[in-house]
Design a binder for this molecule. Structure first.
Ligand SMILES: [Zn+2]
Ligand SMILES: [Zn+2]
Length: 285
């Protein structure tokens, strides 16, 4: 059985990016996995969608990452493609808080394997505001970590066709606000946080975490066929109650499955762990 730490050793992977994502993905993977990451910047990844909505994403987050990974392999002839894709929006359960999900995907064409690192976080400055003067613009900018984090501006509202990107200092912001207000039918501009990785250090940090999660998954190999990426596919409830020992709705075990050969294994988190009686429908109905 191959050691997962050597599975990708000395192999070459291509990362398609024009937003500096190699800063965090390349060192993380090269150090932990021994793979060589080749950065391909000659392709405009905005064709697969932009956060500022000029171009819609062609499919789901994972589908788009797969398209980028394949495009990179096609351009370079390498048989491993890496891609990162982020999404921003309201949290699925708490819609009043913004939520960022980052994935870093590895597609190994030769071994027919796909491993996806993930990281989801409340830690994002994803926001927008409609303002009518520089003072209001400044208040918003300070709240979202400007100028370390860049801003994007449109006259009127978030649907206007004209757009100013790469606003990264106060002077530039002042000019952009004046320009936008002069062009606006209602004397207002829409400011939004720039979510491109190179313009948003908070997001870059989340991509780093997704890359670290990918490394963890690579290091977990299938006990049957040895392929890295033996990942959690299911969680089983039934953790016994601390008082009566009956099964509760709390998680008792996780199930790992190999995406390549289908081998599956249940792993009990900690056999001595018990659920608090407050979670038991008998002791605390
Ligand atoms: Zn397997
Ligand atoms: Zn109980």
């Amino acid at each position: 059985m191959a050691d997962s730490n050597t599975f990708f050793q000395e192999r070459y992977a291509v990362l398609l990016t024009k937003h500096g994502k190699e800063q965090v993905i390349k060192p993380t993977l090269e150090k932990a996995v021994g793979i060589h990451v080749i950065v391909e910047t000659g392709f405009d990844t905005d064709r697969f969608g932009t956060f500022t909505r000029e171009i819609e994403r062609p499919g789901s987050q994972l589908d788009t990452a797969r398209l980028k990974a394949r495009k990179g392999m096609e351009l370079t002839g390498l048989d491993i493609g890496l891609a990162s894709e982020g999404s921003f929006g309201p949290h699925p359960v708490m819609p009043w808080v913004p939520w960022n999900v980052e994935i870093v995907l590895l597609v190994d064409q030769k071994e027919n394997a796909e491993i996806c690192g993930e990281y989801a976080s409340f830690n994002t400055n994803y926001a927008h505001a409609i303002v009518s003067n520089f003072q209001e613009a400044e208040n918003f900018a300070r709240k979202v970590g400007f100028p370390e984090h860049c801003l994007v501006l449109r006259p009127d509202n978030e649907r206007h066709q004209s757009i100013v990107k790469d606003i990264n200092d106060w002077e530039h912001l002042k000019e952009a606000v004046a320009w936008g207000i002069a062009r606006s039918a209602v004397g207002k501009v829409c400011l939004e946080t720039d979510m491109r990785a190179h313009a948003n250090p908070t997001r870059m940090g989340n991509i780093q975490k997704a890359a670290e999660n990918l490394v963890q998954k690579i290091k977990k190999q299938c006990p049957w066929c040895g392929t890295p990426g033996f990942s959690v596919t299911d969680r089983k409830k039934g953790l016994p109650c601390e008082w009566c020992g009956r099964p509760t709705e709390e998680i008792r075990a996780v199930v790992y499955t190999c995406a390549r050969c289908g081998f599956s294994q249940e792993e009990i988190k900690d056999p001595d762990e018990r659920a608090p009686a407050g979670r038991c429908q008998y002791c605390n109905p």
